[in-house]
Ligand binder design. Structure first.
Ligand code: UN1
Length: 510
């Protein structure tokens, strides 16, 4: 049975967590209220960073970069290793803060901090593996190679739904790559950012090689983000959020030829084939579509089901949707916590109305607990059966709303899967090798993430994370994503006494 949190308890708990994590809000106390989605109550007030302080922060970050780039990469890795240890120590408190400020259920709050620890471990190893190629040259007594150098100040703009992990993917890599980091977190989750910054500073202050201001947090709304986007002192901007935000940011970065790492909207689908293991599929779909209350970039939003198994699978999913416990994300049996705010709830209702208008059959979707918590937005996740992929299905709604479509042959299913503007994550459920391989092939999924027999969400940090089309094309976290935080120099060295020119060109002077 769902339970809802009591009103009025969260401010004191938040203050205690912040104090333990090393944040002194006395200093940071300001005008912008921070609401907990658990109850809607104000849990703290933070100031916006004033424009002159932003300007100073960017200058200080540049100074920090100039020193940090000279520190050997494995030493830089040592700082990140120690930060990972600090995160291990602070994990329970930080996870709880994520739950209170972003509304994640406890295990997902802990999972998010674990994701930070994982990327720190990854980056520590990476700090000894920032390798470049040597390349065969066409000229005698020459050597050609690539050298990777630190890039500069990296601006990170992050969203409320991963209030700490997404920054860490960027920051851990940027720091071992020799960059300084300036972070503009979502205005909905500034406390998590302040807590992470406090943990980082605790480590950096005790690390002799680390200059001051290696990492900085700027608080505020779009203006603070704009400062990162438009300032020539910021070499790379990694922005996570909606496609609407990306459309603003990308041309402005392009106009000053800055490097952009964009991780924008997703409209992630899973295809369920006749041979699929349905027990596994139901569990995977439930987590991917309802987990995090549907508020991951990678959340499952479209389910494309073969007509032969449609009724069986849908019967099971309807039961799961009606029985899943929605409520206080701190309660151990809760699987679905609140939406972040009223705006998220109304976007969900608009999408549901549009779907109903197009003839959809809707299970769930109603608001829960509004009588006891008028300022919090808990919803029963919605299963929306559609006859066709209408316009409302083709745009991303950041809520637990799963559209279900029917297909009869795999080509049609893949066409549907790809026929949306976004290209982040995708899955196929099948035990047929040919279907699985087809989905992963060049004529299969067009997404940056394509999985078999697991849902589209919940990626590990070891792989590169990101996607194509309106998702923005950026890649973060594992694999060779580090290259985006460094600049590449091609070096050609002549160790001979002659000067042969490339392409056989001759140029003889007297
Ligand atoms: C996001 O929603 O912005 O793959 C990131 C996942 C998580 C990260 C999601 N590891 O679902």
């Amino acid at each position: 049975m769902a339970s809802f949190p009591p009103l009025g308890d969260l401010g004191a708990e938040t203050a205690g967590l912040l104090a333990r994590l090393g944040v002194t809000l006395g200093k940071a106390q300001g005008a912008r209220p921070v609401h907990s989605p658990l109850t809607g109550e104000v849990i703290a007030k933070v100031p916006d960073t004033p424009a002159d302080a932003v300007d100073r922060a960017l200058a200080e970050a540049q100074d920090a970069f100039r020193i940090w780039r000279q520190v050997p990469a494995p030493r830089r890795g040592e700082l990140v290793r120690r930060f990972g240890e600090e995160l291990r120590r602070g994990k329970a408190d930080l996870a709880r803060l994520v739950t209170i400020e972003a509304g994640k259920i406890s295990s997902e709050g802990a999972g998010e901090v674990q994701e930070m620890i994982d990327i720190c471990d990854f980056a520590t190893g990476l700090s000894r593996q920032l390798t470049g190629l040597t390349i065969a040259t066409e000229r005698a007594d020459h050597r050609m190679m690539e050298t990777w150098h630190p890039m500069g100040v990296v601006g990170v703009i992050s969203a409320f739904n991963f209030p700490v992990a997404v920054w860490s993917w960027n920051a851990a890599l940027a720091l071992v790559c020799g960059d300084a980091v300036v972070w503009k977190p979502s205005e909905k989750t500034p406390l998590c950012a302040l807590a992470v910054q406090a943990l980082f500073e605790r480590v950096a202050d005790g690390f002799a090689d680390a200059p001051p201001h290696l990492s900085t947090v700027l608080l505020g709304g779009a203006d603070a983000g704009a400062a990162l986007v438009d300032d020539a002192r910021v070499a790379v901007v990694s922005a996570t959020g909606s496609t609407t935000m990306g459309r603003e940011v990308a041309p402005r970065l392009a106009s000053r030829f800055a490097r952009a790492i964009l991780e924008l909207g997703g409209n992630n689908a899973a295809i369920v084939c006749p041979s699929a293991d349905l027990d596994l599929t139901v569990r995977a779909v439930a987590f991917a579509a309802m987990g995090t209350a549907g508020q991951r970039c990678t959340s499952l939003r479209r389910l494309i089901v073969h007509e032969r198994i449609y009724d069986t699978l849908l019967g099971r999913l309807r039961r799961a949707y009606l029985s899943v416990s929605v409520g206080d994300p701190r309660a151990p049996d809760t699987l679905v916590g609140p939406l972040i705010d009223a705006g998220a709830f109304s976007a969900m209702q608009v999408a549901l109305d549009a779907a109903r208008g197009a003839g959809a059959v809707v299970t769930g979707g109603e608001r829960l607990g509004a009588d006891v918590l008028p300022g919090a937005y808990y919803v029963r996740p919605a299963l929306v059966e559609m006859a066709a992929q209408e316009d409302c299905v083709r745009s991303e709604t950041f809520a637990p709303l799963l559209y279900v479509l029917r297909y009869s042959d795999l080509d049609e299913a893949i066409r549907l899967q790809n026929d949306v503007p976004q290209g982040l994550a995708s899955s196929i459920f099948t035990t047929d090798l040919r279907e699985a391989e087809r989905f992963l092939s060049a004529t299969g999924s067009d997404c940056g993430i394509a999985n078999v027999n697991i849902g589209p969400s919940g990626a590990e940090i070891g792989g590169a994370f990101g996607g194509e089309k309106e998702t923005g094309g950026g890649r973060e976290a594992g694999s060779d994503a580090w290259k985006a935080y460094m600049r590449r120099a091609t070096n050609t060295i002549n160790y001979g006494t002659r000067l042969p020119l490339a392409q056989g060109v001759t140029f003889e002077i007297e």
